[in-house]
Design a binder for this molecule. Structure first.
Ligand SMILES: [Zn+2]
Length: 571
């Protein structure tokens, strides 16, 4: 009895010590007035440093000197595409859980390919601002069956949702990007999203968010800021001799899309040019316009001016378009990085004036990395190639399948890499075994040049796969409702042409290899001090960390780990 009392006393003493050390004043995290989450579309983790020499002071250099920079952050799922990465950044979940498994998937109920955030219930608020199929370069958006957009397809909560729940909707939440999916994902289910219409040159939204545009948005669009580029060109910021790629402006692997040209200056053209707004997005101008709208949100919505934390997500899309068209090792990409740096510096300066950087937590990352252009790799002696899976010579494969199952072509309901969807009705009608058909078709797909691995949904559901890097990446991308029967993974330095041979690009991302998975994760502002950290982390950790910063619970599918270096720095 005495012993028991003694040990209870010790326990009490130990817990009091623990309690008091956890409660001491210096351990309190100072909650920011504003969280500014920046996503750079297609920013591989090494690119800011690669081009930092000619950057100014207030952008990436500020992040490097004053920020906590994780230099070994990788996505761990297989399909490194835009909506997948943005949703992982927003939710801290892998696509298996958040459901945005690729930019496009096949909807078995609708019996067609669907665009990730399409939603026919919520039309865009502007007339004549829907995408124009004849000029749209984004092949996934062009597949949308409606102009309507909403976050309804995101199956879990986002950090911004959790912030909203924690403050009973008192926190103001906004997302803006040139790309609709870049804004909708991060704004979450309770925030407001705006994106750029390449048809009208305005920032637009859908009826999911508003019944009519707020007055300030109308005023912003009335300024017709895109028109300031009429008759102008994208020119180099510095003398050509200063650039790493100054001597290689005209590379044969670069794309001359709609006569935008392969060399500087890239001429935007006038009102007669139906690609005018597209050209803005293929250049730093797209990010400059996004910056203007972000500043307008901060100003008009009085972001970071009250007693709870507000959240602004800005996704800069130009780096992605420039990367696809010219490649990340091009004079265009190099100048775009310098211009993006200037855009970031301008945004940080504006936030400092309006909110104070001390009151702001900045987090910058990317939705995916970027491979080098196959043409450039070949020049360096690294074998790389384009493949066109849809041009797969099916005949021999289909006749083998027909011989085995009594049915060939009809087995395949839809094929849009990385997924192939089988016709389950026919398989059922013919009394075939789904797993056997999947295995046989997967084996035939392996015949296509440049395929590293095929994985069937039955293998993933039964969890019978060996614990290897590729199978693990495939599993993290597998959502039973949206992923196809067969997942196709390409060999390193093998790239599926987005349009399957229809449109030529300099390069394309979307695989499980490090050039695609590697992104920067940088926290800055508030009281953080400069630090570079090389331990492996995942971009999933951002949502978990932001939740911890504001004391909210983590998003519903989050599997991220709280980054303690950031929390420590905020004390
Ligand atoms: Zn992207």
């Amino acid at each position: 009895m005495i012993l028991q009392k003694f040990s209870t006393g010790l326990l009490f003493l130990a817990s009091t010590l623990l309690f008091s050390s956890e409660q001491s004043p210096q351990t309190t995290i100072q909650k920011p007035k504003l969280i500014l989450q920046i996503t750079v579309d297609q920013l591989r983790g090494d690119l800011p440093d690669k081009f930092m020499k000619h950057m100014g002071k207030g952008g990436f250099r500020y992040l490097k000197e004053k920020g906590v920079w994780y230099k070994n952050a990788h996505y761990t799922y297989s399909n490194t595409e835009t909506v997948v990465g943005h949703t992982t950044l927003a939710t801290g979940a892998n696509p298996a859980i958040h459901g945005m498994v690729s930019n496009v998937w096949y909807d078995r109920v609708k019996k067609r390919l669907v665009y990730n955030i399409e939603d026919k219930r919520y039309h865009i608020l502007s007339k004549n601002a829907d995408i124009d199929d004849s000029t749209e370069v984004d092949s996934s958006q062009a597949l949308a069956g409606t102009d309507g957009r909403s976050p309804a397809n995101i199956m879990v909560s986002t950090f911004s949702d959790e912030l909203s729940l924690f403050t009973n909707e008192k926190s103001k939440i906004f997302g803006v990007s040139v790309k609709d999916r870049g804004a909708v994902t991060l704004a979450g289910h309770n925030g407001k999203a705006f994106w750029f219409s390449k048809t009208s040159g305005e920032f637009i939204t859908s009826s999911f968010y508003y019944d009519t545009y707020p007055t300030w948005v109308k005023k912003f669009n009335d300024q017709k800021l895109a028109e300031r580029y009429l008759g102008k060109s994208w020119t180099l910021m510095h003398d050509k001799s200063k650039y790493m790629f100054g001597n290689s402006d005209d590379n044969p692997w670069e794309e001359d899309y709609a006569n935008f040209g392969r060399v500087f200056p890239h001429v935007y053209g006038g009102k007669e040019n139906k690609y005018f707004n597209h050209f803005l997005t293929f250049s730093p101008a797209g990010d400059e316009l996004t910056l203007d709208f972000a500043k307008a949100i901060i100003d008009n919505e009085k972001m970071g001016q009250h007693d709870v934390t507000d959240y602004l997500a800005v996704s800069f899309s130009s780096t992605d378009y420039v990367g696809h068209i010219f490649g990340p090792s091009s004079l265009e990409a190099e100048d775009n990085m310098l211009r993006l740096d200037k855009t970031l510096a301008s945004l940080f300066k504006y936030v400092d004036e309006k909110v104070g950087l001390d009151n702001t937590l900045i987090v910058l990352s990317a939705d995916h990395g970027a491979p080098e252009a196959p043409g450039y790799l070949a020049k360096l002696g690294i074998e790389a190639k384009w493949i066109a899976p849809l041009k797969w010579n099916k005949k021999p494969s289909l006749s083998r399948l027909e011989k085995k199952f009594g049915v060939g072509q009809k087995l395949i309901e839809s094929f849009f890499p990385p997924y192939l969807y089988l016709n389950h009705t026919i398989i059922k009608e013919k009394g075939l075994n789904l797993a056997e058909v999947q295995k046989a078709v997967a084996k035939e797909i392996m015949e296509i040049d440049g395929i590293a691995l095929t994985v069937t949904s039955t293998e993933m559901l039964n969890n019978t796969l060996p614990d290897t890097y590729l199978y693990s990446a495939a599993l993290k991308n597998f959502n039973a409702k949206r992923s196809g029967d067969i997942l196709i993974l390409f060999e390193p330095h093998c790239f599926a042409n987005d349009m399957d041979g229809g449109a030529i690009m300099a390069t394309n991302h979307g695989g499980p290899w490090t050039y695609d998975t590697f992104v920067p994760v940088i926290f800055a502002g508030s009281h953080l001090t400069g630090k570079q950290i090389y331990k492996p982390i995942r971009p999933n950790d951002i949502a978990a960390t932001l939740s911890a910063v504001v004391d909210a619970k983590a998003p519903s599918g989050s599997n991220g780990t709280v980054l303690l270096e950031v929390l420590e720095g905020l004390k």
